[in-house]
Design a protein around this ligand. Sequence first.
Ligand SMILES: Nc1nc2c(c(=O)[nH]1)N[C@@H](CN(C=O)c1ccc(C(=O)N[C@@H](CCC(=O)O)C(=O)O)cc1)CN2
Length: 277
Amino acid sequence: MTKLLYGNPVASEIQLRLLNYMKSINKQPKIATIIVGDDVSSHKYVNMKEMASVKMGIEPLSFRLDKHITQDELIELIDKLNSDYEVDGILLQHPIPGHLNEREAFDRILLEKDVDGVTSTSFGDIAMGKNSFLSCTPAAIIELIKYYDIEMKSKHIVVIGRSSILGKPLSSALINEDATVTTCHSYTRNVEEIVGQADIVIAAVGKPKFVKGKWIKEGAIVIDAGYNPGNAGDVDYGSCLEKCSAITPVPGGVGPVTIAKLLEHTVLAAGKKAKYI
Ligand SMILES: Nc1nc2c(c(=O)[nH]1)N[C@@H](CN(C=O)c1ccc(C(=O)N[C@@H](CCC(=O)O)C(=O)O)cc1)CN2
């Protein structure tokens, strides 16, 4: 019987941990959320993050910027939030319109307010095993794997995707968990063959139903980090279900844990206790 790795119990456990921790902080954590433009999915995800924040007693400060905003105006807002003592965390939702330099904007976020783990410095710190916030979806995946007592040490984990907020930091964090990691991307030859050698497959490619059941080694574990329109994951769920020993559903898998990790990082930032993963 294939085990379903649901995200909600993992998210609930994180939230319980946070509620306890919040009792020891004598301030209400505040997160600034920024969306540039009118990407429908971005608005949906940020609304979900804000609703979850409010439920946890975190105050969201929303910034919805026009799609024609200039780089200077965006940087000016980030600078203002960096120097606002009341703001504990800053979230700049990806993607932003193409005329803007997203990397420069991410990197403008002060390290201690980078609760979303998107700055180059956070990424470098994580790679070196230093104390910064890991990007939220990679952090969610590692939390979910640990929650279900899945061994990472010495396992061959194949990550499909190398985006700067998902595939790359995830591969790096998995190496720190003593896994043997192969990262596949659009120039990788024979992806099917490589996936077939994996003990754990993590799909973070941004292509609906990309991973097929026939690629999967019998009994492997499949984690779907995809968030495509219409709630489609990156994994062809039906065919993979038949081959694997455990799988995350979409929706209801990695997604809810990603949001819980953002809340956790925000509360930890508020408590000035940044903690690795
Ligand atoms: N600055 C960032 N931008 C983006 C990130 C990020 O971590 N930081 N990640 C993605 C998308 N994302 C969060 O922003 C995200 C996507 C999906 C979910 C989620 O919980 N999905 C639900 C289904 C939602 C629904 O009902 O429609 C699920 O999987 O159960 C959470 C977060 C892009 N940009």
